[in-house]
Design a protein around this ligand. Structure first.
Ligand code: UDP
Ligand code: MG
Length: 379
């Protein structure tokens, strides 16, 4: 690791100039420093700077990172060292938590984290009949096809794009044999053994090859309008509030634990989705804090620094959901939270005032607006 340097070609769409700019992006894992060189004029664009928010596992072909408000897309490896070291290792797969296991979703997210499977993308959807038929089209002539389609459309599911060394086979191994009964005899620790019921209601899906993984990832996360492709957002818009798990918390692998605490506190997570903020969207979302909170521009940068996950929440006891959740999140400053309200989310998972674990809706009237912003407008 000492002194290693990784090199990538990255692209940034400069919306002011209306052109795509290309840079050689150099990353030094030793101290997380980054240097960028403009490909066109060979000039240094960013001199070597420590960038704590960037980690080597964020840097792979197809990913994007946000650096100082610019969304950089990783397009190619730019030297052989980087290529040989990284290209064969990392692989993506597509996982689904099926309708029968959505109650255990927080626990499953924690398992992904402890197993070292990185979540590159995630969303909850309800599949239409035709979308489920399309997803499982290879099985259309099988006797179990109708049963399978009706099972997969009975409620929300969670689709995840996972990244790891040999992700396809590792996730297949973790979920176990197709039939949950076989799983219990052959692989008792597997997820299908632990959480599945029979040969249909078997808790999880996993792509069977890299090629299937690409098709299935495109199916859920490809560009274009989801609802026109039969992927409906299950968000509940009545008496709701928004929780946004911030980028730093995501990089710490805390999504599952945060979700578990939220559910244990009596909230229901009706929908969840990952987003990458660019600077102008973050400014728009945080507009109400401009001129009010001294750290406004740092808040914007923090929100842009990586992936975050939005959750639409309701509460068992109805109407005061926004205020109830705000209480549960705790004071904005995690230090204060740890002194005054040690069981709150920010006390448990916050790092400092900016990296304070989650954003939550502040005003009762804004609950629905913020949930709609993520689960309708940004869709
Ligand atoms: N399935 C079923 N009956 C069967 C075999 C499969 O209902 O006899 C369902 C089950 O939910 C399975 C899905 O169809 O996960 C896809 O089947 P496949 O053979 O591709 O199994 P997988 O790849 O999911 O292990
Ligand atoms: Mg299969």
């Amino acid at each position: 690791m000492e002194g290693e340097r990784y090199a990538f070609l990255v692209e940034w769409y400069d919306s002011l100039a209306g052109i795509v700019r290309r840079y050689n992006f150099l990353f030094y894992p030793k101290d997380s420093s980054v240097e960028m060189i403009d490909v066109k004029n060979k000039r240094i664009f960013l001199k070597c700077t420590k960038e704590e928010s960037i980690r080597l596992d964020h840097c792979y072909i197809g990913s994007s990172v946000n650096l100082h408000g610019r969304q950089l897309k990783f397009v190619e490896y730019s030297d052989t060292f980087t290529k040989t070291k990284l290209s064969m290792a990392k692989e993506k797969t597509l996982a689904i938590f099926k309708p029968d296991i959505m109650e255990k979703m927080p626990l499953l997210l924690e398992i992904l984290c402890t197993e070292g499977l990185q979540i590159c993308d995630v969303k909850t959807v309800v599949l239409s009949k035709s979308a489920a038929e399309e997803f499982y089209r290879e099985h259309c002539a099988k006797p179990f096809f109708r049963t399978l389609v009706s099972f997969m459309t009975e409620g929300p599911i969670m689709a995840l794009s996972l990244l790891a060394d040999n992700a396809v086979s590792r996730w297949r191994e973790l979920i176990g044999p197709t039939n949950s009964a076989d799983a219990r005899s052959q692989a008792p620790d597997s997820l299908r053994a632990r959480f599945g019921t029979d040969q249909t209601r078997n808790a999880c899906h996993g792509s069977d090859s890299v090629v299937s993984a690409e098709r299935e990832t495109e199916f859920f996360f490809g560009a274009g309008n989801s609802s026109s492709r039969g992927l409906q957002v299950p968000a509940e818009f009545d008496n709701c509030t928004l929780c946004l798990v911030k980028p730093y918390t995501m990089t710490q692998g805390l999504l599952g634990r945060v979700a578990r605490d939220i559910v244990q506190a009596g909230f229901d997570i009706s929908a969840m989705q990952m987003y990458h903020f660019d600077k102008s969207t973050a400014e728009e979302f945080l507009e109400v804090y401009r001129g009010v909170v001294a750290e406004y521009s740092e808040m914007v940068s923090e929100l842009c620094s990586g992936a975050c996950v939005a959750m639409a929440l309701t509460h068992q006891h109805g109407s005061a959901c926004v205020e109830q959740f705000r209480q549960f999140v705790g004071p904005a400053d995690p230090e204060i939270a740890r002194h005054l309200r040690p069981s709150t989310l920010r006390a448990k998972y916050g790092h400092n005032k900016l990296k304070n674990a989650v954003h939550c809706t502040d005003l009762a009237d804004d609950g629905m607006l913020e949930v709609e912003y993520f689960f309708k407008i940004l869709q």
